[in-house]
Design a protein around this ligand. Structure first.
Ligand code: NDP
Length: 328
């Protein structure tokens, strides 16, 4: 038996999320690597799944948890052997395949990466999909030639998981980071992470003109909607906007003006299905470029029994930083 966050819908379609004891024989047969999960985490997507807020879960019943870190217990995959330390992010785990908010998970070896030396399982989950996505955004800016001397980088959704890690990464890489947040009480925390200025997010979240005063050399946007539209409208000639999130909304009420008159690039970032080589490079860079003291300041550890309540906090927009879930 193993403990897990179990999501179910009964015959009437009523949803429930509970910590339950499950039989190991029910783990998905399609997995070829059995992992003892020591740590998982709560991302925005886990919040959506555990609170049944959007159709994240597409197969029922489901074990939640898109991310996990742990030790291989059994493997028939050629690249993994018993005792290997591994990380799982995305690939539909916790959505269509039983996930990692559980003491055990049966996963496909093709989805796993070896945990980089220098990162503990707890640190890997403090990073999780949110931090790995932040790194993909930073790499997206770099690929398009955005450099610190070109000017300020805007990070929206600043106090959340992606935002906090993006701030820590960008500031360590020498960028001047301006953040937009709805939590004025977290301004000092965001500055301690590396923000030079904290804007009130309402200055970006309302409808704005298609072209505005040029300010940003680059943007990491976690919130979408009018915020993303305004960020594009304020991006300097030739700048790059990386779009990874929808905390404000999935809509994008923009015009083509920033793209055709200022040559702005809008780069979409997806972590869930990113190819293995890209994810390995992102994790290599995280082990190199993330200040682990800042990571420890922006994350907290909770037991599995607290995960369902914490998911509700994420959905209420009250989360700051990253939440690691420790299995016992
Ligand atoms: P969090 O819940 O940790 O953070 C989201 C942050 O967005 C909040 O802390 C808040 O920051 C801000 N926010 C919340 N509600 C609103 C609102 N109505 N309007 C404007 N800002 C708002 O989530 P994550 O950081 O983990 O994820 C951020 C986004 O990125 C999510 O939409 C998520 O789905 C997406 N994501 C996408 C991935 C991908 O592969 N593309 C991977 C991971 C995440 P503040 O109070 O500081 O403004």
């Amino acid at each position: 038996m193993f403990r897990a966050i179990f999501l179910q819908k009964n015959e009437q379609g009523e949803f429930s999320a509970k910590v339950e004891n499950l039989d190991e024989s029910n783990l998905p047969a399609s997995g070829d690597v059995l992992v003892q999960i020591s740590h998982s985490t709560l991302n925005f997507k886990d919040g959506l799944a555990i609170c049944n807020k959007s159709p994240v879960v597409r197969s029922w019943p489901m074990v939640a948890g898109i991310d996990g870190a742990g030790t291989v217990l059994e493997s028939s995959h050629p690249l993994f052997k018993v005792g290997d330390e591994v990380i799982m992010n995305g690939f539909g785990v916790g959505e269509t395949h039983w996930g990692c908010l559980a003491e055990k998970a049966k996963l496909k070896g093709d989805w796993l990466i070896k945990r980089p030396a220098g990162l503990s399982a707890e640190q890997a989950m403090a990073i999780g999909t949110a931090g790995y996505t932040a790194m993909l955004c930073v790499m997206g800016l770099e690929e398009n030639g955005v450099k610190p001397e070109q000017g300020e980088i805007l990070v929206t959704g600043a106090s959340g998981g992606v935002g906090t890690i993006a701030i820590a990464l960008l500031s360590k890489l020498g960028f001047t980071v301006v953040t937009a947040s709805g939590k004025p009480e977290q301004s000092q925390f965001l500055k301690d992470l590396g923000a030079s200025e904290v804007l009130d997010r309402t200055t970006l979240s309302e409808p704005g003109k298609p072209l505005q005063r040029e300010r940003w050399a680059g943007v990491v946007d976690c919130v979408g909607s009018h915020t993303l539209a305004n960020a594009c409208a304020q991006t300097k000639y030739g700048g790059t906007v990386t779009a990874c999130g929808l905390a404000q909304g999935m809509d994008f009420p923009s015009s083509v003006a920033p793209f055709i008159l200022r040559g702005v690039t809008l780069k979409g970032v997806d972590s869930a299905m990113a190819p293995l080589a890209l994810r390995q490079e992102a994790w290599r860079r995280l082990a190199l470029d993330l200040d682990l003291n800042k990571l420890s300041n922006l994350s907290r550890v909770l037991p599995l029994d607290h995960a369902i309540d914490a998911a509700g906090q994420i959905m209420a927009g009250k989360n700051t930083g990253r939440i690691v879930i420790e299995m016992q």
